[in-house]
Design a protein around this ligand. Sequence first.
Ligand code: SF4
Length: 370
Amino acid sequence: MEAASASRVSALVLDWYRRNARVFPWRMGPEETRVGLRQDPYLVWLSEIMLQQTTTAHAEPYFQRFRSRWPTVHALGRASWEDVSSAWAGLGYYSRARNLAACARIVSEVGGFPEDFHALRDLPGIGPYTAAAIAAIAFGRRVAPVDGNIERVVSRLAAIGGEPDGPGLRLVRRRVESAAQSLFDNLEEGAPSGDLAQGLMDLGARICSPRRPACSVCPVAAECVAQAQGRPEAYPVKAPRSLRPNRYGAAFVPVRPDGAVFVVRRPPKGLLGGMTMPLTTPWGDAPFFELPEGAPAAAWRRMGEVSHVFTHFALSLQVWRADVGQGDVLVEEGRWVPQEEAIVMLPSLGRKILRNALSADASPKARGSL
Ligand code: SF4
């Protein structure tokens, strides 16, 4: 983007942001940043990790709980994995929770978050976007964090198009990053780059929406090439959607006479690694059935099926339940827990399985027995 235009856009976005900033519990308002206050890097980092692939509305109560339970990165660094993973349950993508715990330990050991983009990037679970967001918002560094909102705004401002095949998309992405960076490079001396980052994010969320952007009230409309072309929705260029493959498996929930259910700790690596879950088979490309190791030979009843969508595939699991004796011993790494406790500690897939296994109204058609 040409420097004079980038400078005008940055100033217009900052001005708009001062009057229209969204309010979030992890955010410091523009009035405070204007007098030189900086946002706590711990809160910026925590919110950015939580907001990866989930909405602000969903992340907000988790953020509040984490902040009140672990008010500093040092407190989180001392927390046990059991506590962190059960507080994370429901946010999905458990590799993020593992990285969160590992990152908190490292940052606590070295006395705090580094300010430099590259040093931030070296921490577990922090990619280029998150490193740039922390560097800009918490430390005032002039680096552009390009999330989906900023990508959309900048692509439209500079009408950055191209071929949506593999190499073409990488080139388009580099041009968008370069245009976004030019907004930060041409920011007025002393202006808060964190406010520019958050202003661009808010502009994308509130005005420059994916469909039907509100160009008539947009503060940067006079600088926007896509708007002048009359086709803002042609940007950004998107990769063709690839279909998610299906995977299949089965889950087994033994239930004791006192109502306790049996759960296991999954292996540390892989999907849901280290998380507490009901017993499941491995997940394969076609429907199949086998009792997993540790499931007792019992009168198993099929209760139904649950579905769950991961980033790269959609999973369907048959759910089986058996009422077993009080003294039955299962696999060593598992344990019996009261149902109410299990519901809190399990990730969302585990909760779906448990609710299905314990439901009295599973569809009779879906039921069967072994
Ligand atoms: S003028 Fe329209 S397309 Fe351009 S940035 Fe503003 S809302 Fe987006």
